[in-house]
Design a protein. Structure first.
Length: 338
């Protein structure tokens, strides 16, 4: 089969790869219905994360179970399933408290930008839908593999509750779905940070009440102005840079919460400054598996439509263009169809 392989900065190739096989009895093979390019894929694509050898790409996936190992009992051939970007057994003590992305036996997924994928810990990682969904539902279900689950975790970690004022830093797919999550959780006011018209428009559609274009100290000042000098109750940090995390912390009211899910790059926190900020910080790789059953229900009932973040759809063999479009900010998120 052919799939995407990253060789170096801005060098993605669609080339022959080995067909996945069952290696352990707890594995499953799925036929990919849809996959996509993630914002976090752009870190190695841009050369910020070094690539030491050709690397199969992609960690967001959904599809039809093709084959299962002898120990797999929770999914069967022919079912439509969604899994997380971390495979987890869903039975260890860490999984049991809802942090499957820190499972004691976790495996980081890769190679999903291909027609077929091997999923370890299939019983603990994959969640089946009640029936095979319609083609129109697949984009939204695909977001649950990462970006929607990550946006939801950001809101959960930021203690978003009915009536709260929420700020979202980042207008990529995760930030936009953080807006959608905050709206679903009942936030009274949602302030989205965005300078891009198409992204601001989608943020409004997802529930943003205010759009702020300023950054850094000016952005913090604008948030304070909008909140009568207090700051936001809950802030979702969905970028991962020094500027974005500091803007998030400084925009949060004393006693407020920051949920940070942007993969940190070059971030350093000053202990004394953090001490006197008096804010709660919670984040990390989202435990997508924890939220999957509920989020699947919301999609299938038509309560949320996170698939709207896909503004470019390409056949899988044009994956390189999908990366270029996101790198050049011509697309929010690229959907790939095998």
């Amino acid at each position: 089969m052919k799939g995407s392989v990253l060789y170096g900065p801005r060098d993605v190739r669609f080339e022959e790869r080995d067909f996945p096989k069952i290696i352990k009895p707890t594995d499953a093979i799925i036929k990919i219905s849809a996959t996509c390019v993630c914002g976090s894929d752009l870190w190695p694509y841009r050369g910020i994360n070094p690539i030491t050898q050709p690397s199969p790409m992609g960690h967001e996936y959904c599809g039809i179970v093709e084959e299962v190992g002898s120990a797999v009992t929770s999914v069967r051939r022919g079912q439509f399933v969604i899994g997380s970007f971390f495979a987890s057994d869903n039975t260890c003590p860490t999984c049991q408290i809802g942090y499957q992305s820190s499972c004691q036996h976790r495996e980081l997924m890769g190679g999903a930008q291909a027609p077929f994928l091997r999923v370890p810990h299939a019983d603990g990682t994959l969640v089946a839908t009640p029936a095979v969904p319609s083609d129109s539902q697949i984009p939204s279900l695909l977001t649950l593999s990462d970006v929607m689950g990550t946006g939801w975790f950001a809101a959960d970690a930021a203690d978003v509750k009915p009536g709260k004022t929420v700020m979202v830093v980042g207008d990529g797919a995760v930030g936009l779905l953080g807006v959608l999550s905050a709206k679903q959780m009942g936030a009274r006011r949602i302030i989205a940070m965005s300078r891009h018209e198409s992204r601001s428009k989608l943020a409004r559609e997802f529930g943003a009440t205010d759009i702020v274009t300023e950054r850094g100290d000016e952005g913090v000042a604008r948030i304070k102005e909008l909140t009568k000098g207090i700051g936001a109750d809950s802030v979702l940090e969905c970028v991962g840079t020094q500027e974005s995390i500091m803007q998030a912390i400084h925009s949060t009211r004393p006693g407020g919460y920051v949920g940070y899910v942007g993969v940190p790059h070059g971030v350093e926190l000053n202990g004394q400054e953090l001490f006197f900020a008096h804010v709660h910080l919670h984040g990390g790789p989202a435990p997508v598996r924890h939220y999957l059953p509920d989020l699947i229900g919301l999609v299938l009932k038509g309560k949320i439509n996170p698939g709207k973040v896909f503004d470019l759809t390409l056949p899988l063999d044009q994956v390189a263009e999908g990366y270029r479009a996101m790198d050049e900010r011509r697309a929010i998120k690229t959907l790939l169809r095998p």
